[in-house]
Design a protein around this ligand. Structure first.
Ligand code: FE
Length: 223
C-alpha cells in the first residue's frame, strides 16, 4: 500500500525553471522537484513533465535556469507560471527579468542558477534534467518559499503535471461562509455572500467564471 500522504512530508521548495524557445521567446514553469546533486562541480537536477513546453525547449537548447522563489513572491507569478502554458502566453509579460547568456533571469527570486544540461533521465511522465551550474547569481537574504508554505499560507495546490501532485482528498469545511474554489489551480476563497463579478483568482489569475461554489452547509465536502 502506498499512502500518498507520506509524500506530503517531503520539504519541497517552489522554483521557476526557465529557458527559451526556438524563436528566443522566454519560457518557464513552476517546479518543486529540484535538488542539488553535487557541490564540486556544482550540479542540480530538476524534474519536468513531458507535457510542459519548457521541457521540450530545454531538450533543444540544453540550457535552463532555476529561480528560487522567496515567500514574498507575488502569488500571481506562481499562478501564471504554474497554470498556463508558454505555448500560448508570454509568461514574462509584466514580470521583472533580465537576460544572462540568453536565459531569462527572474529579478524577484532569492537566487538563480544558470545550468547546462549534462544528462537526462526519462520516466513515464517526467524528464529529470541534470544540469551543471555555470553561473549562480542574484543571492538575496530572503526566506525561500517551501511547498508547504505555498499550500498552507497561499492555499495553492499542485497542477496535475507536477511530480508532487496528489489527488485531493475530501476535506471537511467547518464554516458558515461561502467558499468558492478555482477549477484551474484549486485556490479556495471565502466570502460573505457572492463572489464579486470582477473577482480574479490571486493564484492563477482566472476570472470569477472559473470558480465553483462549494456548499454553504457546516460540513460541506469538496474534492
Ligand atoms: Fe486559480
Amino acid at each position: 500500500m502506498i499512502d500518498k500522504n507520506v509524500f506530503r512530508n517531503f520539504s519541497y521548495g517552489v522554483y521557476l525553471t526557465t529557458s527559451y524557445d526556438e524563436n528566443n521567446k522566454p519560457v518557464g514553469c513552476v517546479t518543486n522537484s529540484v535538488m542539488q546533486i553535487t557541490s564540486e562541480p556544482s550540479t542540480v537536477a530538476v524534474s519536468i513533465n513531458h507535457e510542459n513546453y519548457t521541457n521540450q525547449c530545454i531538450k533543444k537548447n540544453k540550457k535552463f535556469t532555476v529561480a528560487i522563489l522567496p515567500e514574498t513572491i507575488q502569488p500571481s507569478i506562481i499562478g501564471t507560471f504554474g497554470y498556463q502554458s508558454s505555448r500560448n502566453v508570454d509568461k514574462f509579460e509584466g514580470i521583472r527579468y533580465h537576460y544572462t547568456n540568453g536565459l531569462p533571469i527572474i529579478e524577484d527570486a532569492c537566487g538563480v542558477l544558470i545550468c547546462e544540461v549534462i544528462d537526462t533521465m526519462e520516466t513515464n511522465t517526467h524528464t529529470v534534467f541534470l544540469g551543471r551550474v555555470t553561473i549562480a547569481e542574484g543571492y538575496k537574504k530572503e526566506v525561500p518559499m517551501t511547498y508547504r508554505y505555498y499550500h498552507e499560507k497561499l492555499k495553492g495546490s499542485s497542477p496535475k503535471t507536477a511530480p508532487s501532485y496528489i489527488e485531493e482528498e475530501k476535506e471537511e469545511i467547518k464554516s458558515a461562509k461561502t467558499k468558492y474554489k478555482c477549477r484551474i489551480c484549486g485556490y479556495v476563497h471565502e466570502v460573505d455572500g457572492e463572489l464579486p463579478d470582477d473577482y480574479m483568482c490571486p493564484i492563477c489569475g482566472q476570472p470569477k467564471s472559473a470558480f465553483d461554489k462549494i456548499e454553504e452547509t457546516k460540513e460541506a465536502t469538496f474534492s
